[in-house]
Design a protein around this ligand. Structure first.
Ligand code: SF4
Length: 331
């Protein structure tokens, strides 16, 4: 749970009626959606009054909706917003997405800061990482690197703008996919940190939260539609390689059989308690960059064991090792 308790005068509004399968007009839907997010933030004590909030802005629908809703709620929450965008250096993708972020910043009159992997990580861009990992002869696992590096980049960007808190646009479907992926790979480190609505800021990091975590993807898309939000909707060129796609497909099958599957999975992760011994640290940006700089890109990716390159190819009779864990996208 977040450390900072809200002042006594700032009580959580009563939970709004659930956005269930009833017919409502666009205006009522948007009002209910905003009320739900307000309730999530206040009841979860996610953003205290006076917080300077860095919104991880990718130009996609989730972060666009998040920035817009928080801008609407900012006067009531007593917070101020800064947009922080990360340029991963992905040719043919990120430039167009950043253009959408710039349009949003201009339209909403919000300050925007862009931080680039190339500047932060000694010249490494995601395209360079992809070329390097392709040489390993295994799955490039670009998202594994990208997720870890982007988490660091967003932290750097947020500090640059004087933020006290970071918010990201993960919705309920994103979180359920992440829970599934981590279970399927037995990734206790990420399962341990994946629950709750955010983290209070361990190890000197800024507190992070996900105000849309209880909103479904469909609700986010509908909100963007009714509010006529301008966002970038193309998929990253490396996304088709990601293991997340399998988790997404599986989740759709589960949801067809059990409509509450998405939120059930999110709540499962919140209630999951892992013994300390089952929580090896997840690889950090420094370890990944070290592996890249040494020409051994898979070094240090793993669950508390030697990296795949270091371990070498599987020996005769040894099963293929599990793919590296794929980090949660930062926004
Ligand atoms: Fe990065 Fe993967 Fe997302 Fe592309 S799909 S931006 S490589 S995390």
């Amino acid at each position: 749970p977040p450390r900072s308790a809200p002042p006594a005068t700032r009580r959580a509004p009563p939970p709004p009626p659930a956005l269930g399968p009833r017919a409502v007009c666009g205006a009522c839907f948007c009002a209910a959606f905003e009320a739900e997010v307000l309730h999530t933030v206040v009841a979860g004590r996610l953003l205290p009054p006076g917080a300077v909030v860095a919104v991880g802005a990718s130009g996609g629908k989730d972060s666009t909706v998040l920035a817009h809703v928080l801008q609407v709620l900012a006067p009531r929450l007593g917070i101020s917003l800064r947009l922080v965008a990360v340029d991963e250096g992905i040719g043919g993708y990120r430039d167009a997405a950043l253009a959408a972020v710039r349009r949003q910043a201009a339209r909403w009159e919000l300050p925007l800061t862009v931080v680039a992997y190339a500047d932060l990580f000694g010249g490494w861009t995601m395209d360079a990482v992809a070329r390097s990992t392709a040489g390993s002869g295994r799955s490039r696992a670009c998202c594994t690197f990208c997720g870890v590096l982007r988490r660091r980049a967003l932290e750097e960007g947020a500090r640059l703008v004087g933020a006290t808190h970071i918010v990201t646009g993960h919705n309920a479907d994103d979180m359920a996919e992440t829970v599934l992926m981590n279970f399927l790979r037995g990734d206790a480190a990420r399962l341990a940190r994946g629950g709750g609505l955010g983290s209070p800021g361990e190890g000197g990091a800024l507190p992070r939260c996900r105000p849309l975590q209880l909103a479904s993807q469909k609700e986010v898309v509908l909100y963007a539609h009714f509010r006529r939000l301008d966002y970038f909707s193309e998929e990253c060129v490396y996304a088709p390689e990601a293991f997340r796609g399998h988790a997404r497909h599986l989740l759709k099958l589960l949801e067809a059989a059990r409509p509450s599957a998405v939120l059930d999975l999110v709540h499962s992760a919140e209630r999951l308690a892992l013994a300390p011994a089952a929580r090896p640290p997840a690889p950090g940006a420094c370890a990944l960059l070290d592996g890249l700089n040494r020409g051994r890109p898979r070094l240090a990716i793993g669950k508390g064991r030697r990296g795949l390159d270091e371990a070498g190819p599987p020996r005769d009779g040894e099963p293929e090792r599990a793919p590296a864990p794929e980090a949660v996208p930062a926004f």
